[in-house]
Design a protein around this ligand. Sequence first.
Ligand code: PMP
Length: 378
Amino acid sequence: MHVGPSIGNYDVLSAAVQPNIGFASPEFNSAMKSSLEGLRYITGAADSYTPFILPGSGTVAMESVMSFIPRNSRILVVSNGVFGDRWEAIMSRYPVAIKVLKAEAGKSVSLEDIDHEVSSRRYFAVAMTQVETSTGVKLDVESVAKTVRNKVDLIIVDGVASIGGENMQAARWGIDVVLTASQKALGAQAGAGLLVASRSAIEKLREESISGYFADLRNWSDLMNKFLAGGGGYFATPPIGTVFSIQKSMALIRSETIEARIKRHEICSQAFRAGISHMGLEILASEKLRSNTVTGVIVDGIDIPDFLQRCMKKGVEFGAGVHPAFRDRYFRVGHMGWVKPEHIITALNVIESSLEEIGKEVGHGSALAAEEVFSKHH
Ligand code: PMP
């Protein structure tokens, strides 16, 4: 139950192993087509959006958005933590001007601050993060998009820790670019960055490029359209196994439906938090900002790495804290991908017993508190 790669599914992970199938095969072309179409489905992108699957990871997808941005543009970054700050780290390598609005750990930049900023200066783009993996904070991207839509040319959302587990309606909310990665709430093999781009974003590819070579979407957009039309081609070798894994994940998402999948994430996250509250532990994200996919749990007075090792020995892996303001005081739990009630129950039992071992009293019965949440939804 790390924050990514997330909880596995044997069929999805093993779909990556295919003997003697290369990137020029009809099987691969078909896997790309259904994965690209699936990507539109889970992001609420209309057919006018171009979907991309790139070799690499979420960071490659983030960096590829520089393809849409003209030289000397001004960009507003809404950062709720470490991954919001990654936008600044990437964009500062390019000839653009960046302004970053930062939130305290566990909180979110306010709509008022965003509105004030886009109303007082002309920004070309706004970049944000739907679920901030360092804290588990969910940004209300629908409201942010509504606030900035008529004032900027391009709205970009990092959905690496959210797509497949949180609602995203790119077309309806007017978001130009939504990106994600294969190993998080899609629960597929690591190895790909994925994004959808609106027609208006794609039109910006006609302008001079400031992006490098590999992640310049000018090199990839015709190829993606060829896959969508049933054909194929080459720009750089794709992550073949990962694409087969994504294809299987998308097929399972379609049969579950994205709405039911998001609901499953919501219920599992609520049940997990009920168990944590039963232990008397604090959750890093403020109450109204908690996500379906990631929870940061604060435990003062213990050695967190030692605690995580003890959990690992019992067969459950969690993530260490990474936000500098809270680094040694919390750990992170990913409840995404193929998460089921039994994962939540096991995680709570393992947390409870590992804390007991090191003399941190949290009582018993947290799994029952989670069970109560599950039983309400049966
Ligand atoms: N954005 C968010 C919100 C993330 O959680 C991560 C990965 N933890 C990234 C970007 C970077 O993705 P990757 O590690 O796949 O490059």
